[in-house]
Design a protein around this ligand. Structure first.
Ligand code: NFS
Ligand code: SF4
Length: 645
């Protein structure tokens, strides 16, 4: 492992600053965890019952199995699918919260939220089979929200709605034949926990299939979260802003929006617009909002809020000494923030009933008085600003321009200007002509088993050099923003000739004031559903099954259970998935082979682990080239057959 901590030039001076004040950051804590326990690292430690932990000791008589007799493959399979259950629960619960809010809006119970994108509402309603003709917007919204909520509690054999509505028929066939088509989200997650209880399923393949079913619920939960968030807050259009710690402003009241759910962060954006005057009265030049993690991506996509930083460097935003409040909702929030905030004037404000940090300020968020809650938060930040110690302020002067907001709709709007009838053909034609090699989705987190942001940067720039069209979400997308890959300069610096030509054509058609970026930011992690919609659309247009589409996914620095869930549904839906850390499946050759090899025969998608970014990029390009080659051969063979007839 390299000692280099990060490639983020704003993070380096902040880490030095942490050292000066004697605060041990997540980077120090990561080091303190070395060397890792091999049992845990490879997945062969079982803690599923109280007799454990049981570790697999192959050479010790009696030690080659758990106390109950569980083999390495059972233990590894159980452990990995339980990550999926956690991830899927997190994403889908986020989706449920949004669906409930839409329902309450439709019932007229919430004054601060509205149906903002009625066009999307109608499109979603039609997609899932809700009647729209001659009906009132709120009535349609009520039915759509109810359909979303039905996804959770369903216990019959009916197929889950969003997954079936979004996917291509040949993909659905595979899911049906392999028996992993979910019905209800709660049911699949409960069944998976049941399946992996001590003394239950010992068959690793059956366990993995149970895991994939839960992963498809993750997909479903995020697809409905994306749709309903767009309906509630609007579907993003291209926006120009900036990224990195330099987006924090010394002369303003700075508030970081951190977490995942747009329900609160959107309200803070709204309240901030109304409260600039109050900040000025307190002596500041105004209110400055910045985003961290996916709630940041949500308000970036819809409101153009700047990116402060991504997951691994969240503490560093406080170390600037200019962060007056950090308001958090759910997921990926380091508990360490509170103790660091004690060295400064920063208020850490938790807001959700399932996410509290001892010692931090808790302001229970209430949708019924959402705007008032947001205003209270801003007032707390303004009060904190008043006692900010200017001596401690040290903001790295690092920021890059970001052009983001590429929801699938806004991307297709650009394509439409070139081909109004079949916008997606703009992309697929360029692939078939060999101008670009295909599409890569970059998703996922930071993982300090490697150097922060290095895998993201290296793999993406390598793919760009090789003419791959790149879309991104989550903390990967934020890394690209910080490193200057989400703007036109990125294209000039890193794109290969084919990709340059392709983006130049889009630029000429788009007619935006800003140049299009090297990488297209599609939003938060739940917006990986947008990327899958793109893959599905490509398959349809190219007349292919998903398993043959020149589309790959990479999670260069995967960390969370959510990332495991996302990777797993990508595999089930036919996408090759690179993961830049070695997964804890390697403790069982059988399980590892199932997810990295056998999966390809069954689903077309598969995992591969590669920590070396250059090697990972080479493999991703090879996969795209192989798919293109096979498609070209198939086309030729078909032509020859037609000619012969
Ligand atoms: Ni995704 Fe987003 Fe980041 Fe990873 Fe966490 S913020 S939902 S899990 S760390 S990308
Ligand atoms: Fe050990 Fe079996 Fe209990 Fe796991 S379930 S901890 S292997 S006894």
């Amino acid at each position: 492992m390299s000692d280099k901590r990060t490639i983020d030039v704003a993070a380096t001076p902040m880490l030095d600053r942490a050292k000066e004040i004697g605060f041990l950051t997540t980077f120090d804590r990561a080091k303190a965890q070395e060397p890792r326990c091999t049992f845990g690292n490879t997945g062969i430690c079982c803690r599923i019952c109280l007799q454990g932990p049981c570790r697999i000791l192959p050479k010790k008589p009696g030690g080659n199995k758990g106390i109950c007799g569980a083999m390495d493959y059972t233990i590894v399979a159980r452990n990995i699918v339980r990550y999926i259950a956690g991830g899927s629960a997190a994403h889908s619960d986020h989706g449920r919260h949004i669906a409930e809010t839409v329902l309450h809006v439709a019932e007229g119970k919430l004054k601060d939220y509205q149906i903002t994108d009625a066009v999307k509402l109608i499109a979603v309603a039609k997609k899932i089979g809700v009647e729209t003709e001659g009906r009132d917007v709120l009535a349609v919204a009520k039915d759509v929200a109810t359909a979303a909520l039905d996804e959770f509690g369903r216990v019959n054999e009916d197929e889950i709605t969003w997954l079936t509505a979004n996917s291509n028929e040949s993909t659905l066939d595979v899911l049906r034949k392999t028996n992993i088509m979910p019905s209800g989200i709660n049911l699949s997650l409960a069944q998976l926990l049941h399946q992996t209880h001590a003394g239950n399923d010992a068959d690793p393949v059956n366990i993995i299939f149970g895991g994939l079913k839960a992963a498809l619920c993750d997909y479903d939960g995020m697809a409905l979260a994306t749709d309903l968030s767009d309906i509630l807050f609007g579907t993003g259009v291209p926006v120009v802003t900036e990224a990195n710690l330099g987006a924090i402003k010394a002369d303003k009241v700075n508030i970081a929006l951190h977490g995942h759910n747009p329900l609160l962060s959107q309200m803070v954006v709204k309240a901030a617009k109304e409260m600039q005057g109050e900040a000025k009265t307190a002596g500041a030049a105004g209110i400055n909002l910045v985003g961290i993690c996916c709630t940041g991506n949500e308000v970036l996509t819809r409101e153009g809020v700047a990116i402060a930083t991504n997951f691994a460097t969240q503490e560093l935003a406080i170390l600037t000494g200019a962060m007056d409040a950090m308001v958090v909702d759910v997921q990926c929030i380091m508990p360490s923030l509170r103790s660091l905030a004690e060295c400064y004037h920063t208020k850490i404000i938790t807001t959700m009933p399932i996410m509290k940090i001892p010692g931090s300020y808790h302001l229970a968020f209430d949708e019924h008085r959402a705007l008032d809650s947001a205003k209270e938060i801003i007032r707390l930040a303004i009060d904190a600003y008043k006692v900010r110690d200017t001596e401690k302020v040290c903001i790295p002067d690092v920021r890059n321009t970001v052009v983001a907001g590429f929801t699938l709709e806004s991307l297709l709007n650009i394509f439409k200007k070139i081909n109004a009838d079949a916008p997606i053909r703009v992309l697929t034609d360029a692939i078939e002509a060999g101008e670009i090699k295909g599409v890569a989705l970059f998703a996922g987190c930071n993982n300090l088993k490697g150097t922060h942001d290095e895998n993201h940067f290296t793999i993406a720039t390598e793919l760009a050099k090789n003419d791959v069209f790149i879309v991104a979400t989550g903390c990967a997308a934020q890394a690209f923003g910080k490193e200057g890959l989400l703007n036109g300069d990125g294209v000039q610096k890193y794109a290969g000739e084919g990709l340059k030509k392709f983006i130049a054509r889009l630029n000429a058609a788009a007619g935006l004031t800003a140049e299009l970026p090297l990488i297209f930011h599609m939003g938060s992690c739940v917006d990986n559903s947008r990327a899958q919609d793109l893959a599905n659309m490509m398959a349809k247009e190219m007349g292919l099954d998903n398993r043959d589409v020149p589309y790959v996914a990479s999670a260069p620095e995967a960390m969370s259970e959510k990332a495991v869930a996302i990777g797993s549904w990508n595999v089930a839906l036919g996408n090759p998935v690179h993961v830049g850390v070695v997964a804890p499946t390697v403790g069982s050759t059988l399980v590892n082979d199932v997810v990295t090899k056998v999966a390809e025969d069954v689903f077309g998608g598969f995992f591969f682990w590669e920590t070396d970014p250059v090697k990972a990029a080479t493999r991703l390009v090879d996969i795209l080239e192989e798919r293109n080659w096979k498609n070209a051969m198939r086309k030729k063979a078909n032509q020859a057959r037609e000619e012969a007839n």
